[in-house]
Design a protein around this ligand. Structure first.
Ligand SMILES: NC(=O)c1ccc[n+]([C@@H]2O[C@H](COP(=O)([O-])OP(=O)(O)OC[C@H]3O[C@@H](n4cnc5c(N)ncnc54)[C@H](OP(=O)(O)O)[C@@H]3O)[C@@H](O)[C@H]2O)c1
Length: 220
């Protein structure tokens, strides 16, 4: 019998944020495919995920296998990684988690020339890929802790309403409250917020501060 849940591919899924998201979706019963520059490394990481359904391979194999593809690599590697898998993304949703951090001053908002890293991804990939921005404010530290409740709402931005809603549902499946937050251009607000959260983590000596929206129905 085929799995009714879509295959979620996570490019850079060997890392902190992608590994944490993959772990949450694997626990929720999703078939997860981790991607890496090194397929063997991703396969080994996939074997550590709960549920026994996770697979791993190189980023291209992951992009080909995924029905929804999630990108979790450093900003410096974002566009090169997307270029290397672009044909495999056609017709799919790409969930881009990239935050345009510029080390070493990662607690300072430093927006790219195009204002938003995720808008740059959409410009690169063209209209055949539905790029959705999400999870920029969710700490990997929290995602990787099986005992932690994610105390952070997820802002989901994208130009395709159905794709935005699909990612809201995916976030909810991973145990998060998530809300549609408008067109992809609005992603810049979520991307910028992350540097503020990093500042708060350092100033108040906590591992994973987050954001909460108020005045909205609880959709967790
Ligand atoms: N960490 C957080 O709490 C957090 C929270 C929100 C958003 N984010 C965002 O999520 C993204 C990933 O963050 P992270 O903390 O998970 O990063 P990370 O662990 O440092 O890196 C994630 C993965 O990216 C791949 N990678 C690293 N350098 C690369 C390169 N030069 N070219 C291609 N792939 C490369 C690596 O996979 P392989 O070596 O296996 O290829 C690595 O495991 C970033 O854009 C970050 O801003 C992170």
């Amino acid at each position: 019998m085929t799995d009714p849940k879509p295959v979620i591919a996570v490019l850079g899924g060997t890392g902190h944020e992608g590994g944490g998201l993959a772990r949450r979706w694997a626990r929720a019963g999703y078939p997860v495919f981790l991607g890496s520059r090194d397929g063997a490394k991703a396969a080994a990481k996939a074997a550590e995920l709960p549920g026994g359904k996770a697979r791993g391979g190189d980023n291209l194999a992951a992009a080909q296998a995924g029905e929804i593809v999630v990108l979790t690599v450093p900003w410096s590697a974002q566009l090169a990684t997307l270029k290397s898998v672009a044909p495999a993304l056609e017709g799919k949703i790409l969930v881009d988690v990239t935050v345009p951090l510029v080390p070493p001053k990662v607690s300072r908002v430093q927006l790219p020339a195009e204002d938003s890293a995720v808008v740059a991804a959409q410009n690169l990939l063209g209209p055949g890929v539905k790029v959705v921005s999400a999870f920029q404010n969710v700490s990997a530290h929290v995602l990787l802790d099986d005992d932690a409740t994610v105390d952070c709402d997820v802002l989901v931005c994208g130009d395709d309403e159905a794709a935005r809603e699909a990612v809201v549902q995916l976030a909810r499946a991973g145990g998060m409250r998530a809300y549609q937050a408008g067109p992809l251009a609005n992603s810049v607000a979520a991307e910028a917020l992350t540097s503020i959260l990093i500042f708060l983590n350092r100033r108040y000596k906590v591992p994973g501060s987050g954001i909460r929206l108020t005045g909205l129905p609880d959709n967790s």
